[in-house]
Design a protein around this ligand. Structure first.
Ligand code: ZN
Length: 322
């Protein structure tokens, strides 16, 4: 059944890098999603537009793709009055990505990890409890697994306690399914957890609520994440520094990086990302040498970035399976 965990372990053992996908939101906006619309409702109302995003990344060479479920937790869905459809919207998100992945990627297996973004609430402000976060993420993870997700990607986290709630929920949902279906422990869906860091004036990396790289990564690991890392952020060179930092205290855990195409600038009423595919691809090797095992993009990246990563990694013979 699910050999995603094994694929990650094998790639790491062979020193091969897996390629993930890039941004989804930008794509959906290009297809008509208006600012202020709920992107995840498209999983039911416009599935072929969502499938087109998945397909574009598979065609670009991704070994794993995410799902259109970043904001599909009950807390964010509540802004749109959609929280009662949390399970269905997540199930549909995973089904769409799985259907595209099962067509395959020119001879390679493509895996699907269900995206789980932050709730938008802050534990420290007292506007949500840990138990409520856990229960909300539990419904989301159930939907993603029911739709066929082979792993979970808890991402863009800033609070390690919230991240731990999401990770535990995903692990628990997987364990329940494993007991019911007799899955071997080694084939449990992997849980990825990536935090978003900004560089402080002192040169350190901190999340929005002030958590350092080490504290964040250790919390994710302790909660049961089998892949840790960073996403979004201030561009590729910063991601390299963050990966080095993680490797300074953890030599073993696979690291995932979903990098923004640089720090966004606001120009002529538009958000502009400065790092093009070739510039980012020119730094992929350094990111891998720093210790990254799975590389993809976040805001401002698209299929052209992913294609450029694949080319760069093939050139340096770090591409999985080649
Ligand atoms: Zn981003």
């Amino acid at each position: 059944m699910n050999n995603f965990s094994k694929v990650i372990r094998d790639a790491m053992a062979r020193g091969k890098v897996l390629v993930s996908d890039g941004a989804w939101g930008t794509f959906l906006h290009r297809r008509g999603l208006e600012p202020g619309d709920c992107p995840e409702t498209w999983n039911l109302s416009r599935p072929s537009d969502v499938a087109a995003v998945a397909r574009a990344y598979i065609d670009a060479g991704s070994d794993m793709i995410l799902t259109n479920s970043f904001g599909a937790n009950p807390f964010r869905l509540a802004h749109f009055g959609e929280e009662s459809r949390c399970f269905e919207l997540n199930r549909a998100a995973a089904e769409i990505s799985r259907a595209e992945a099962s067509h395959g990627g020119a001879g390679r297996d493509v895996f699907v990890a269900g995206s789980m973004g932050p709730s938008g609430h802050f534990l420290a402000m007292g506007d949500v409890s840990e138990q409520a976060l856990y229960e909300g993420f539990h419904i989301q993870a159930e939907g993603l697994l029911a739709g066929g997700a082979q792993g979970f990607c808890v991402e863009t986290m800033s609070d390690p306690v919230e991240a731990a709630c999401a990770i535990r929920a995903a692990r628990d949902v997987s364990r329940i399914a494993a007991a019911k279906n007799n899955w071997a422990p080694a084939s449990l869906p992997p849980v990825f957890c990536t935090f978003t860091f900004a560089k402080t004036s002192g040169g350190e990396y901190r999340t929005m609520i002030g958590t350092g790289v080490r504290e964040a990564a250790l919390a994710a690991r302790e909660a049961g994440a089998s892949v840790i890392g960073t996403n979004c952020g201030g561009g590729f060179s910063q991601m390299i520094e963050i990966v080095r930092k993680i490797r300074s205290f953890d030599a073993e855990t696979p690291i995932l990086v979903h990098a923004n195409a640089g720090l966004p600038r606001y120009e002529d009423g538009k958000t502009v990302f400065p790092e093009g595919p070739e510039l980012m691809a020119s730094m992929v090797d350094e990111l891998v040498i720093a210790g990254a095992n799975i590389v993809g993009g976040c805001c401002g990246t698209g299929p052209d970035h992913i294609r450029a990563f694949v080319r760069a990694l093939r050139h340096s013979k770090r591409r999985a399976g080649e």
